[in-house]
Design a protein around this ligand. Structure first.
Ligand code: ZN
Length: 332
């Protein structure tokens, strides 16, 4: 049992985000010491290093680094970013410090770090053979509009390419739309929830008032009690959503899909905007693991042109398909 766990983990680290390294984690690790800070639970960096068996742990200035011979994780005190072997995550709560010691929120450790470092420890995950693909917008709702076309068109074309690739890999595919029509958010959720043994990928392209904004970002549902990482969505309602039942799988799927797509378009030097949290309606309401993927900015002069081309849409689709395969392999 322990052996297959380690093999799964090695596979995940090799093929998904995280490169060639492997952490050899104990099957039953010691508990964390929880520290109260600002009325929340935190764990010291020293305990995190011990728990995950990072032989090297350093706080230099504001920089916090964990390292093994071939694996690393780093963040900045006061910052929201945590980079794990090159994959950028946006934490729900910033890294704090107290008495010269870095503090990580227990929420982020449980809901983000642990499922990413140990995907094979995620419990109760049924296998799946179906992927629900949800191309954003459609019909009278164009989504973001740019000089090279509308978001709804790019999302649909990328989705159709993803459908073809996944079918060739023997997945069943359910599309929430296959042509240029409007589908309400609640209907998208309802379509997905007819297929409980599936994963859900909502495909979007991004808009920003600032035309220099560019890059790829992937959203997983914010865990209960955590705010969205989108500043414009300062919601007060941090309650549990149906999708929170899949918190661990959501972040693992986001990791695989985000890193898969970034790797596939690497020759175009994409900007990595990270894996973030939000409470979009579709990923709040679904009962299966799901993500919302933003494949680039339609109004950016170079990126807008790229994402309007079938060849780039195909690269994104190939990256997402690789992500689905790696996610499935990591959990089995
Ligand atoms: Zn959209």
């Amino acid at each position: 049992m322990a052996r297959s766990g380690i093999m799964n983990r090695r596979h995940w680290l090799r093929t998904a985000a995280l490169g060639a390294g492997a952490l050899l984690l104990p099957r039953e690790a010691a508990a964390w010491n929880v520290v109260r800070h600002n009325d929340r639970d935190y764990v010291t960096g020293r305990d995190v290093a011990q728990f995950y068996r990072f032989p090297e742990y350093r706080v230099q200035g504001n920089r916090v680094t964990f390292r093994t011979a071939d694996f690393w994780m780093r963040g900045t005190i006061g910052g929201h970013e945590l980079v794990i072997r090159g994959v950028k995550f946006i934490l729900s709560l910033p890294i704090e410090s107290r008495n010269g010691e870095a503090l990580f929120s227990r929420l982020d450790l449980v809901k983000l770090v642990d499922p990413v470092l140990r995907p094979d420890y995620i419990r109760g995950t049924p296998d799946f053979s179906t992927v629900v693909i949800d191309p954003g917008h459609g019909g009278h709702d164009p989504g973001a509009r740019g000089p090279f076309g509308d978001e709804k068109t790019f999302a649909l074309r990328t989705a159709l390419q993803l459908e073809t690739i996944l079918r060739s890999l023997r997945y069943q595919v359910v599309m929430t739309r296959s042509d240029d029509r409007f589908v309400s958010l609640s209907d998208r959720v309802a379509i997905a929830n007819r297929h409980p043994r599936s994963v859900f990928i909502s495909l979007h392209f991004n808009d920003a008032a600032n035309r220099s904004a560019r890059g790829i970002e992937t959203f997983a549902l914010a865990p209960e009690g955590a705010a969205s990482t989108l500043r414009r969505w300062r919601e007060d309602n941090l309650d549990r959503r149906r999708g929170n039942l899949r918190d661990a799988e959501n972040i693992a799927l986001a990791t695989a899909a985000h890193s898969g797509s970034l790797r596939q378009v690497a020759s175009h030097n994409p900007v990595d905007r990270g894996i973030k949290r939000a409470r979009f309606t579709v990923i709040s309401g679904i009962a299966m693991p799901g993500i919302l993927f933003e494949g680039g900015f339609v109004r950016h002069a170079q990126e807008g042109r790229l994402i309007s081309t079938p060849s780039y849409q195909r690269l994104l689709a190939q990256g997402l398909a690789a992500g689905v395969r790696n996610y499935r392999a990591a959990l089995r």
